[in-house]
Design a protein. Structure first.
Length: 139
């Protein structure tokens, strides 16, 4: 019985101590600060997961560069070296933006980043390698 009376008294006291809507903003802020200090509230923070970019630095030799589409992307056919623990050396078609192609052409040896996307793999940051560069390719 004493517990019920104590709970009722505490509820009445808390209700009576709340600021009235006619009180100034400054008073409302002060009373909220006191309440927050007296009753700590745990806030759950939900962090947004940002998918990490997955790419591999690869070397290869260009077989053919297709025509660019209206978005400035072209399909490049090339032989690339093995990517350890990812894929074996092979001939592959990779999409790239023509801005990355620069001065490269068919038969050029290149180094590039192979980026994994939702649509598959793309290539970027293409650099021409010296013609005498030895590559380990499977043709």
């Amino acid at each position: 019985m004493k517990k019920i009376a104590l709970v009722a008294f505490a509820a009445t006291f808390m209700f009576a101590c709340q600021p009235k809507s006619s009180e100034t903003t400054e008073e409302t802020v002060d009373s909220t600060a006191i309440t927050a200090e007296e009753t700590p509230v745990e806030e759950e923070v939900v962090a947004e997961e940002t998918p990490e970019e997955v790419f591999y630095t690869v070397r290869g030799q260009i077989v053919e560069i297709g025509e660019a589409d209206e978005e400035g992307n072209a399909m490049v056919t090339l032989h690339h070296e093995e990517i350890p623990d990812v894929m074996m050396a092979m001939k592959m078609d990779l999409k790239t933006n023509t801005e990355f192609l620069g001065e490269v052409a068919a038969d050029d040896k290149i180094s590039f980043e192979m980026l994994k996307t939702e649509e598959g793999y793309m290539m970027r940051n293409i650099e021409k390698l010296p013609a005498e560069t030895e590559l380990t390719l499977k043709k």
